[in-house]
Design a binder for this molecule. Structure first.
Ligand SMILES: Cc1cc2nc3c(=O)[nH]c(=O)nc-3n(C[C@H](O)[C@H](O)[C@H](O)COP(=O)(O)O)c2cc1C
Length: 351
């Protein structure tokens, strides 16, 4: 029964995201407040630009991740296969969606398995951290990792989504201690991520202290999970409540800047509203290791494999042009390229 509910919810999430405007409202990713200083004389051959980065022992041809999204249904299987083929072709990383559906029903494992089409990619498994409070632990995490031959495990934090969901898991007491225990028990790197409301530097510091390998801030300005749940909600009161959180969270750029200031030398992934290669370039300049994109690639994956490839090719081309037009020859040079900020539009800490 529980397995069927999980599977049905996964299907509803896919169709809701594909058929409605579930983006955050009244808040942006914050990258528009930044502009690179244009370099009119790059003194670089465009064709020599190298966007490659190394992460967890693998080389990516560009610092891009297809963020964790799906699995658990036959449609999701097709989407995961297309995402993985594209990640393999482009040399970028990928995460599958929460594997709870397959842990509850073995028959669904194949909807997440992509190593046959993507043998070399940096691939991440995914589980909700809240499940550690509802019976999950080392055994489930290991099964999720082995199921897809993953290089790392994303544990997602989604308190807002759970709070506005009728059937949501709302007891978050003690989750940090359970993450700490899991970090000690699991051999692959554990990366904690949000799902579109951001992670503050205070929490990143605590996650670093317990041995988490990296944090994906998944900030506000892109997909809003309170919006997704609002569309799924039948109760008119709860629907209104969920919609009212459309502007909630920490914009991705703000979360990234705070994280790099307060927790330096700790790997941060940037995602949440990353829509162009120019956003990627700015996030890299602000200190992100790699950048994740979710919803926009889902819609193109649902259409056709070629529209998905074109979408990602476009993002990589924009990143390359932004690198060129800042006079940078590679990602290390882009990390120190001159960047300006318009302070009037930015979220600053209130003292
Ligand atoms: C259809 C869909 C399903 C998602 N499912 C998951 C999930 O299972 N686990 C997870 O960690 N994040 C999940 N996410 C969140 C994304 O990984 C990402 O953090 C968020 O969508 C923000 O990125 P975006 O603005 O580029 O969409 C999902 C996103 C989408 C669009």
């Amino acid at each position: 029964m529980r397995a069927l509910q999980t599977e049905a919810r996964k299907q509803e999430h896919l169709t809701t995201v594909l058929n409605n405007d579930v983006s955050a409202k009244g808040i942006s990713n914050g990258f528009e407040t930044y502009a690179f200083e244009h370099c009119a004389l790059p003194e670089i051959d465009f064709d020599d630009i190298d966007l490659s980065v190394s992460l967890f022992g693998k080389i990516l041809s560009a610092p891009i991740l297809i963020s964790s999204m799906t699995g658990g249904t036959s449609k999701a299987r097709k989407v995961n296969q297309r995402l993985a083929e594209t990640a393999q072709e482009m040399g970028i990383a990928m995460g599958v969606g929460s594997q709870r559906a397959a842990l509850e029903n073995n028959l669904l494992c194949k909807t997440y398995q992509v190593r046959d089409v993507a043998p070399n990619i940096l691939l991440f498994a995914n589980l909700g951290a809240i499940q550690l409070n509802y019976g999950y632990g080392k055994e489930e995490a290991k099964r999720a990792i082995e199921m897809i031959e993953a290089d790392g495990l994303f544990l997602h934090l989604n308190p807002l989504q759970e709070a506005v969901q009728k059937e949501g898991d709302k007891n978050w007491k003690g989750v940090l201690d359970k993450i700490e225990k899991l970090v000690q028990e699991i051999e692959v790197p554990i990366i904690v991520k949000e799902v579109g409301n951001g992670v503050s530097s205070k929490i990143i510091l605590r996650l670093k202290e317990i041995g988490v390998a990296a944090v994906d801030i998944a900030g506000s300005g892109g997909t809003s999970w309170s919006e997704v749940e609002a569309y799924r909600q039948a109760d008119p009161v709860l629907k209104g409540v969920a919609h009212n959180f459309a502007a909630w969270g920490i914009p991705t750029a703000s979360a990234l800047v705070e994280a790099k200031k307060e927790v330096p030398n700790f790997p941060i992934f940037a995602s949440g509203g990353i829509r162009t290669g120019i956003d990627v370039a700015k996030a890299i300049r602000l200190g992100a290791e790699i950048c994740g994109i979710a919803a926009p690639v889902l819609s193109s994956a649902a259409h056709h494999r070629s529209s998905l490839s074109n979408n990602i090719k476009g993002v990589i081309e924009e990143l390359k042009i932004a690198t060129f037009c800042t006079g940078s020859k590679d990602i290390s040079s882009l990390r120190v390229a001159p960047l300006n900020r318009n302070t009037n539009l930015f979220f600053e800490k209130v003292i």
